[in-house]
Design a protein around this ligand. Structure first.
Ligand code: IVH
Length: 726
C-alpha cells in the first residue's frame, strides 16, 4: 500500500469512527441528559469530521452529525401522502368527560387494560421515516391525509436523530477518545429496517423569547406564541435559519407491527414502544406515566395542570392512551380520531373585558404595532390593562371593534393576548376597526411590504420615535453599552436638540449637559423630574468616551441596520474586516458571504449607500471608534512570532491557523529566514522539513504547540479504529 492510500484509509476509518462516536454523544446529551464529553470537545471533533468530509466528500455517511444544515434553500415543499392518516384527538375539558371516555372503552374492550398519560405538546405534529436507521423523510401533518415534506428543516433539530443507535456493525468498543464504554444504551434492540415515528415539533420558551428578541432587534414583528413560531419556522425555505430557531421534537407514536423488545418478543405496550424508541436515540421525554385507572389519570392531570408553568415549553393539555396496542384496532377509530386515546385540555385562564381603545406604537425600524387598551381586569394574578393585537390581519380576522367585550388570555406569552370577541355584548352601531393609514407620530403614509403582515412608517430620518429608538439602540448594553445614558436621558437629549444622530453623542460637552432637565413620563404613566448635575454629566461623558473602545462588530450592530443583529454584525465584520471594505461591497458581494441572505444584503447595501449614514460613519471614524476588525485575543503566548504550518493535525488546518492568530502569532505562507517556527504535523512535506533545518528554524509538534498556548492536547485514538462500520 502506498503512503497516500494508507492515509486515505486512515481518514475513512476516522470518518466512520467520528460519525458513530458523535452520534452517541448526541444521544447521551439530548436523550439521556448525561453528556459524555464537553461542548468544546464535541465541537472540535465535529470540526475535525467536517474537515475530513470536505477532503473526502464521497465518504460522508448519510447519518453524519455534520449533515444537519445542508443543501440549498428550497422553494416549494413536495406534498407527501401519509402511509397511515395522521388523526387528531377528541377533546375533553372535565373529569366527567374523562370518566365517560373510560366507561365507553371498558364496555367496548374484551379485556382489561391500563393507560399511558402523556403531555399534550403545543406544537405541530410531524411524521419521521427511518430507513436502516437513517432519517430519510419528515412530513408535516397537513390535512391529516397528506402533508409537506420538510426533511431538510427537520434535520436541523438537534434532538431529532439523523442516525439511530445501535449503528449496524456491532456494538461500539470503548470510546477511543475517552476510554468510556462506547455504547450508550444497554437495552437497545434492533429497530425495524424501515419504520415511521410521529411526534411534535415545538419551540421551547427560551428559544421563543430569544427569537422574538432577535426579531424585534432587527425590526421584524414578533411571533404571537411558541406554536406559531414553530410552525412558521418549519415552513422556512432556508434550513440554516431553521437551525438558528432552536426547535425541539418529542416523539410519542411508533408505527408498525414489528417493534421488538431486547429479548426478541413483540412489544405490545405503548409504554414499551416508547422505551424502545428512547433506546434508539429518540427524545420521548420523561413525562409519560402508566396509569392503572381513572384515579391515577386524575392525579396526572392535576399534577401537570399546576406544574406545567415550570416546563421549559408550552403544553395545552394531556393525552390519555390505552397502553395495550393490540386493543387499538379492536377499539377502532372514527374518521377524525382514534377511540383508544383522548386529549384532556387545560382551561386557559381567560377573562372578558371591554376594549376601550387601540394605540399604535412605532418602533426603531418604523414597525407599527397595535396595542389594545382594556378596562383593567385581573388575570393570572396581575391586573391587565393592555394586550397585544399584533397586526392588522389579526384585528380584521377577529373583527375586533372599539367598545367590544373581548376575551383575554394569558398563555406562554409574557403579554396577554386577545383571543376573541363576545358578539352578544357588541354595542349597536359599532363600526369595523379601520387600521391607521398614516404614522401616528409623524403623519407619513404607512407602507406594507409584500408578504409581511406588519405596517411600517417609511420616514426613517424624520419620525421621532424611530430616531429616538435608534439612539436608544446605539447606547444599549449589547451595542455600545453606554450605561450612564438611559432611555430617559436619551429622550431628554433628543428633545433638547442635542442629539439627532448617533455621532452627536461624541460631540457632547460638559457645558451642553450641565443643569439641563425636564419632567419625564415613564412607561407606567408616572412622572419624575430629571436634571443633570455635575456627577451625572461626568458619568455620561466618561461612558461616551469609554464606548470608543467597543470593537468594530459592536459598532456595526449599534448602527441599527435592519436585519443586522449581533451575530450578523460579527459575520460581516469578520468577513470584510473594515468599514471601508464593507461600504465598498456590492449587494452581490454581500449576498455571497456565508450566512448573509438577500434581504440582509439589500438592507446593508441600502443603508451604507445613504449620504446621511455615510456622514455619520465618517464622524464616528473621526472620533476614533473602531471601524476595523480585530481577532479575539485569547492570549499573547505567541505574540510577535511568525509561523508556517505543514502536515496534518488532529484539528482542521484552518482551526490551527486561527489558534496561532488568536494567541498573537502571525501566519506566513512559506519558510524564510524571517520565519520563527514551523508548526509540524504528521506527514510534513520533506521539502519544507529540509528548508527549516537548513535555516535552523525550530519545528514545533502539535502537542508542544498546545502546551505553549495553554490548551489541552486532544487525545488521539490509542488503537486502530474499527473500519467498515457501515
Ligand atoms: S397522539 C392517533 N400524543 O395533538 C394519535 N398527540 O389533537 C394522534 N399532540 O395532532 C396523536 N401531544 O399534534 C398524541 N402526546 C401526544 C401529543 C399529541 C401533542 C398533538 C398532535 C395531534 C394533536 C391532536
Amino acid at each position: 500500500m502506498t503512503g497516500k492510500e494508507a492515509s486515505k484509509n486512515e481518514a475513512r476509518e476516522r470518518i466512520s469512527y467520528l460519525t458513530r462516536f458523535l452520534t452517541e454523544c448526541n444521544q447521551a446529551y439530548y436523550v439521556e441528559d448525561a453528556p459524555k464529553i464537553s461542548d468544546y470537545e464535541f465541537d472540535m471533533l465535529l470540526k475535525e469530521l467536517e474537515g475530513l468530509e470536505k477532503q473526502y466528500p464521497d465518504w460522508v455517511l448519510p447519518g453524519s452529525p455534520t449533515q444537519r444544515v445542508g443543501g440549498e434553500p428550497v422553494k416549494d415543499f413536495p406534498t407527501v401522502v401519509h402511509s397511515v392518516p395522521m388523526l387528531s384527538l377528541g377533546n375533553t375539558y372535565s373529569r366527567e368527560e374523562v370518566a365517560e371516555f373510560d366507561a365507553r372503552l371498558r364496555k367496548l374492550s374484551p379485556e382489561p387494560f391500563d393507560y399511558v398519560c402523556e403531555l399534550k405538546y403545543d406544537g405541530l405534529s410531524i411524521s419521521l421515516t427511518y430507513d436502516n436507521g437513517v432519517l430519510v423523510q419528515a412530513v408535516t401533518r397537513g390535512d391529516g391525509i397528506q402533508g409537506d415534506e420538510v426533511t431538510a428543516n427537520v434535520r436541523t433539530i438537534r434532538t431529532v436523530p439523523l442516525q439511530l443507535l445501535p449503528i449496524p456493525g456491532g456494538l461500539a468498543g470503548p470510546d477511543l477518545d475517552t476510554g468510556h464504554s462506547g455504547n450508550v444504551s444497554q437495552t437497545a434492540a434492533a429497530y425495524p429496517e424501515r419504520f415511521e415515528i410521529r411526534g411534535e415539533v415545538l419551540m421551547p420558551r427560551s428559544s421563543f423569547m430569544e427569537l422574538n428578541a432577535r426579531r424585534e432587534e432587527i425590526g421584524e414583528s414578533p411571533f404571537a406564541n411558541p406554536r406559531n413560531a414553530a410552525s412558521g419556522s418549519l415552513k422556512l425555505q432556508d434550513p440554516a435559519e431553521v437551525s438558528r430557531r432552536k426547535l425541539d421534537c418529542f416523539l410519542y407514536f411508533l408505527l408498525g407491527p414489528d417493534i421488538r423488545l431486547p429479548d426478541g418478543s413483540l412489544a405490545d405496550l405503548h409504554s414499551e414502544r416508547l422505551e424502545m424508541a428512547r433506546s434508539w436515540g429518540f427524545k420521548t421525554g420523561d413525562y409519560y406515566r402508566r396509569c392503572a385507572g381513572l384515579q391515577e389519570v386524575y392525579e396526572y392531570i392535576d399534577y401537570w395542570d399546576k406544574e406545567r408553568e415550570n416546563l421549559p415549553f408550552d403544553i395545552d393539555g394531556i393525552v390519555i392512551k390505552v397502553n395495550q396496542t393490540h386493543l387499538w384496532p379492536v377499539l377502532g377509530s372514527t374518521a377524525k380520531s382514534p377511540r383508544w386515546a383522548i386529549a384532556y385540555k387545560f382551561k386557559a385562564e381567560r377573562v372578558c373585558t371591554r376594549l376601550n381603545s387601540i394605540d399604535f406604537q412605532v418602533g426603531r425600524t418604523g414597525a407599527v404595532t397595535p396595542v389594545a387598551n382594556l378596562e383593567p381586569v385581573a388575570l393570572g394574578g396581575t391586573l391587565v390593562k393592555r394586550a397585544s393585537l399584533h397586526n392588522a390581519d389579526i384585528i380584521s380576522r377577529m373583527d375586533v371593534r372599539i367598545g367590544d367585550y373581548v376575551y383575554v388570555e394569558k398563555g406562554g406569552e409574557v403579554i396577554p393576548k386577545i383571543v376573541g370577541v363576545e358578539p352578544a355584548r357588541r354595542e349597536a352601531g359599532s363600526e369595523p376597526f379601520e387600521f391607521i393609514r398614516n404614522c401616528p407620530e409623524c403623519g407619513t403614509p404607512l407602507v406594507r411590504k409584500e408578504g409581511e403582515a406588519g405596517h411600517y412608517c417609511p420616514n426613517e430620518e424624520g419620525c421621532p420615535p424611530q430616531i429616538r429608538g435608534k439612539l436608544e439602540h446605539f447606547i444599549s448594553r449589547k451595542a455600545m453599552d453606554i450605561m450612564s445614558l438611559g432611555e430617559g436621558k436619551v429622550e431628554l437629549l433628543y428633545d433638547k436638540g442635542l442629539v439627532r444622530n448617533v455621532a452627536d453623542f461624541y460631540d457632547l460637552k460638559y457645558s451642553d449637559l450641565y443643569n439641563i432637565g425636564k419632567e419625564i413620563e415613564g412607561k407606567d404613566g408616572t412622572t419624575r423630574s430629571l436634571s443633570f448635575k455635575k456627577k451625572t454629566v461626568e458619568n455620561i461623558l466618561q461612558g461616551v468616551e469609554a464606548s470608543k473602545q467597543r470593537p468594530f462588530e459592536r459598532v456595526l450592530y449599534a448602527l441599527g441596520i435592519r436585519y443586522v443583529g449581533e451575530a450578523t454584525a460579527k459575520v460581516l465584520a469578520r468577513h470584510f474586516q473594515s468599514m471601508d471594505a464593507l461600504m465598498a461591497a456590492s449587494e452581490e458581494e454581500l449576498a455571497q458571504v456565508d450566512e448573509i441572505g438577500e434581504a440582509i444584503a439589500r438592507s446593508v447595501h441600502e443603508f451604507l449607500r445613504r449620504d446621511k449614514e455615510r456622514a455619520v460613519i465618517e464622524r464616528l471614524a473621526f472620533h476614533g471608534l473602531h471601524l476595523s476588525y480585530q481577532e479575539e485575543q485569547a492570549s499573547t503566548a505567541l505574540a510577535g512570532t511568525s509561523w508556517v504550518i505543514s502536515g496534518t493535525f488532529s484539528r482542521p488546518r484552518e482551526e490551527m491557523k486561527r489558534l496561532v492568530e488568536v494567541h498573537g502569532g502571525r501566519m506566513v505562507s512559506s519558510i524564510s529566514a524571517k520565519t520563527d517556527f514551523v508548526l509540524a504535523g504528521t506527514n510534513m512535506g520533506p521539502e519544507k522539513r529540509k528548508k527549516a533545518e537548513s535555516l535552523g528554524i525550530p519545528l514545533v509538534s502539535e502537542e508542544e504547540f498546545f502546551r505553549r498556548i495553554g490548551e489541552s492536547f486532544p487525545v488521539q485514538p490509542s488503537r486502530p479504529v474499527q473500519s467498515e462500520l457501515f
